[in-house]
Design a protein. Sequence first.
Length: 252
Amino acid sequence: MSSFTGADKAAPAAVLLSDNRAALGRQPNLFERLDERDRQLLLTRAKRQVVYRGKPLMRQGDAHHGICLIESGVVRSFYMAPTGRVITLAYWHHGNFVGGPQIYGGGEHLWSAVAVKTSVVLALSGRDVRDLMETSHGFSMGIVDCLIFKAKCYAVLAQMLGTRSASERLAQLLVNLCDLYGASKGNAIEIEAAFSHRDLANMIGATRQWVTASLKRLREQDVIDFGSSGLIVKRIDLLSSGMPAESDNTAI
């Protein structure tokens, strides 16, 4: 039986593209709302599933039947446009869920979710979610906490995509990655997390080719460098200032 605790309990912010992560705070942990009775109610309803790295939890356009609570691991939610362009919405961790906003089921999934690393989830049907919200105060408050946080995340993401150039978005993303995963390396900061150029592109709404060219340009300007385990930021002050936008018309 799960204790609903995990190594990634103190999870980082779900949205990496934000210029005000302090306002977002850390994503809520629904399991912390549950007392022993609530936990037992949840376990009698939920179906525990192991989702291996790279495997989908749900696909955009598929019939919507319910939600998945994340016990452990990391899940990425993303939207794919008819053109094939992908935008990452967020990375979700222990204590949050994927499957909104239609938590009671019905209709189609508006976006997809995939396991970034092997994850354990508790699958709940829409009917089970409704019943638990009516019978468990802790569960209902936890769901509301998560929905509020998701609304803030998507609002921030929409603001960044609508008001910032691709160059500014890339600069802000690198600053946030330094904050979340950075380790001091002399006068520089090494981002100790493996994000591919495609990952970065999907987070800022750009093409992989544009991100590769932009990172190369930042390296030539001695703002960043490429380390053996990740990006090294040498001038975070310049990134924090937004960096001048160059060739943004090729980004999207």
